[in-house]
Design a protein around this ligand. Sequence first.
Ligand SMILES: Nc1ncnc2c1ncn2[C@@H]1O[C@H](COP(=O)(O)OP(=O)(O)OP(=O)(O)O)[C@@H](O)[C@H]1O
Ligand SMILES: O=C(O)C1=C[C@@H](O)[C@@H](O)[C@H](O)C1
Ligand SMILES: [Mg+2]
Length: 167
Amino acid sequence: MAAGKSKIGRLVARSLGVPFRDTDKLVTAVHGPISDIFAERGEGAFRVLERQAVSDALQGDAVVALGGGAVLDAATQADLAGHTVVLLTVDRDSVARRLSGGRPLLDGGDADEAVERWASIAEARMPIYESLATVTFNTSARPISHIADDIATWARQRGPGTERSTS
Ligand SMILES: Nc1ncnc2c1ncn2[C@@H]1O[C@H](COP(=O)(O)OP(=O)(O)OP(=O)(O)O)[C@@H](O)[C@H]1O
Ligand SMILES: O=C(O)C1=C[C@@H](O)[C@@H](O)[C@H](O)C1
Ligand SMILES: [Mg+2]
């Protein structure tokens, strides 16, 4: 969460000249705010809607920003095996200023609690994130536009393939 998937993904798509899709926004556009879905229908209901949005978004050429928990779904994990997966990371020290609310898994306490929850979720999920990643970019210390340029350059140079590497 808050690694920059939405902001950086949009710039990468523009640079590569392909559509951009953000699964959180696809869900929100049809079903309303994610916080409301969690509050009124529960996380499980959100995950069902999210899975459908992911499945739709992965059709055709595009840059897709996934919600942070989308890869917990086994079918999504299987789908991603056929795609280039860019893992964006952010260090704990840099994330605090990016957490401004609207993430139901982090909300409900003060800013320090949000960072604690963020860290615990990120740590628990990291093995899955890393197992699915083709390449990893750390977004902690550089501007969004520079990171997006690096990812687009990497993607252009790489062409088709499935090797894993770290930047
Ligand atoms: N490299 C960066 N430097 C500074 N701020 C950044 C950077 N990347 C993202 N941010 C800021 O962090 C916040 C979260 O970014 P963004 O919404 O793109 O993250 P996300 O990974 O899509 O998060 P979510 O889990 O909510 O989907 C935004 O306010 C964004 O401007
Ligand atoms: O990491 C998560 O589980 C989430 C991240 C957000 O992108 C949203 O998909 C939602 O708030 C859940
Ligand atoms: Mg996002």
